[in-house]
Design a protein around this ligand. Structure first.
Ligand SMILES: Nc1ncnc2c1ncn2[C@@H]1O[C@H](COP(=O)(O)OP(=O)(O)OP(=O)(O)O)[C@@H](O)[C@H]1O
Ligand SMILES: Nc1nc2c(c(=O)[nH]1)N=C(CO)CN2
Length: 191
């Protein structure tokens, strides 16, 4: 756990001049190609190295059956990362996509949910909502995905998806089929 800065700090987006209060954000990490654990750890380290991002919690790792994926898709490793940030939500999206690219993420045309070395999805950022060509917040499918809800509930049992509901309740509804906590695997959130 890292100390968060003064919660009253208000920072300024250098690009837009917008002011952003500090917000608590959650990203979901996924990998089902290559060295899956190394990619997730790389994403955690990259988030920790991001200015205006203060990582507070890294969830346990889950091995999960591919959802809505090609028939021959391999199992995923999934985890979530909680952090405080003064970045705008679009900057967070950009940062997530840059981290995906740095770990070899490819986007084969016409193949939704193709195997990927690394996926970084922004799940929530405080109670911020977005619905534009680039970004939907809260993430529109997080509430139905045990591979997001189970690791999130482990590190923040009273978490809420704003406008949707409590993560623990959503997880009860969705169930834990297809998700297995891998206590033999560990992400280092402290380095
Ligand atoms: N909350 C969000 N987090 C990440 N990407 C988002 C979000 N909302 C919209 N997007 C958009 O979704 C596009 C496709 O992202 P990506 O290819 O990672 O999807 P995916 O992870 O395969 O599928 P899914 O969105 O179902 O998790 C991105 O280019 C991005 O602009
Ligand atoms: N188990 C699992 N299934 C998925 C995942 C994922 O991270 N884990 N990501 C997807 C698109 O983001 C589609 N399906």
């Amino acid at each position: 756990m890292t100390e968060s800065p003064n919660p009253n700090i208000i920072d300024t987006d250098t690009l837009t001049g917008e002011m952003h209060p500090i917000r608590r954000a959650v990203v979901s990490l996924g990998s089902n190609l290559g060295d899956r654990l190394a990619s997730l750890q790389g994403a955690v380290d990259s988030l920790k190295d991001t200015p205006e991002v203060w990582v507070t919690d890294v969830s346990p790792v889950y091995e999960t059956e591919p959802v809505d994926s090609p028939e021959d898709a391999e199992p995923y490793l999934n985890a979530v990362v909680l952090f405080d940030t003064t970045l705008s939500v679009h900057r967070l999206l950009d940062r997530g996509q840059a981290i995906e690219a740095a770990f070899g993420r490819e986007r084969p045309e016409g193949q939704p949910n193709a195997p990927r070395t690394l996926d970084v999805d922004l799940i929530v950022c405080g109670d911020r909502r977005a619905d534009d060509d680039l970004l939907t917040l809260p993430h529109p499918r997080a509430h139905e995905r045990a591979f997001v809800l189970a690791p999130w509930a482990d590190v923040e049992p009273d978490a809420e998806i704003p406008g949707v509901g409590a993560v623990a309740t959503l997880l009860e509804q969705v169930g834990r089929d297809g998700v297995t906590r891998r206590d033999d695997l560990d992400l280092d959130g402290t380095s």
